[in-house]
Design a protein around this ligand. Structure first.
Ligand code: FPP
Length: 257
């Protein structure tokens, strides 16, 4: 398939010199912290803590494996329905992660982007997310996209609302609305679509993650729980990706290997 046949919002489409062998953008549903802890008779918070260790490993591995963007589903819009103590624990882990790791990530040339709804988050968390994005804005290495208070449906609804407002105010002609316009109104407007979505812990669901953006992603489901995710697991997922043929709905196969 020629790149010109691809929709323009599919920014991960093959580029000149890109043989398509490796995913450039990997997105991960980090599932199974609770089950990992339960299997060891530990409190859930311990699973989440070890989940943060796995997250740090994933960032290092992504860099080593030539991944350019890594998106991590860290707190979903639906996670508010968990017991208040667990929600508070997850907020505290995010605080601790940014406070402890931001300097090192910045030194490692990592650019941090946050997607999801900022309204409704504790003020200090909003401030920390802002600080992380601002400090690392000009970095040119791995882009680490933290999906926090994120939901794919909510993101699409909010894009539709802003498009409707622009049309109402005469800033946008409804006849010109196409998939590119919608993509430009998503939180991910400046990011390529994921090539590979990984989910750990054996669940076979998308759970409201990157619904629009994963239209042509390859999915790899791993049975291990997120705290056990390591470099070998990342390599295994990429090896599976390389066996796939990506056709973007067309007939001519673009071989992923
Ligand atoms: C799923 O485990 C994981 C989450 C709810 C979010 C991922 C969170 C982390 C990796 C740790 C927090 C990191 C930051 C930066 C906030 P689960 O509790 O749903 O596991 P279960 O399905 O086994 O119960």
């Amino acid at each position: 398939m020629s790149p010109t046949n691809l929709p323009r919002w599919t920014a991960s489409a093959p580029e000149p010199g890109d043989d398509g062998a490796s995913p450039r953008h990997v997105a991960i549903i980090m599932d199974g912290n609770g089950r990992w802890a339960a299997a060891r008779g530990l409190p859930r918070i311990e699973g989440h803590r070890r989940g943060v260790d796995a997250l740090r490993r994933a960032v290092r591995s992504a860099h080593e494996l030539g991944v350019r963007q890594l998106t991590l589903y860290s707190f979903s819009a639906e996670n508010w329905s968990r017991p208040a103590q667990e929600v508070a624990d997850l907020m505290n882990l995010l605080r601790a992660f940014i406070r402890r790791d931001l300097t090192e990530l910045h030194r490692g040339n990592v650019r941090i982007r946050v997607i999801g709804e900022r309204r409704g988050l504790p003020d200090d968390i909003g401030g920390l997310l802002e600080e992380a994005e601002t400090l690392t804005r000009a970095n040119s290495g791995l882009t680490l996209v933290v999906a926090f208070n994120y939901g794919g449906r909510q993101e699409i609804v909010s894009a539709v609302r802003r498009i409707a407002e622009a049309a109402r105010d005469g800033r946008l002609d409804p006849a010109t609305i196409d998939a590119g316009v919608v993509a430009d109104h998503l939180d991910t407007a400046d990011l390529p679509d994921p090539d590979l979505v990984i989910r750990t812990s054996g669940e076979l669901r998308i759970s409201n993650f990157l619904l629009w953006q994963s239209a042509y992603a390859e999915f790899v489901f791993l049975s291990l729980h997120w705290p056990d995710f390591d470099h070998a697991a990342f390599e295994e997922a990429i090896a599976a990706f390389r066996t796939r043929q990506r056709r973007y709905g067309g007939r001519v196969a673009r071989v992923g290997a």
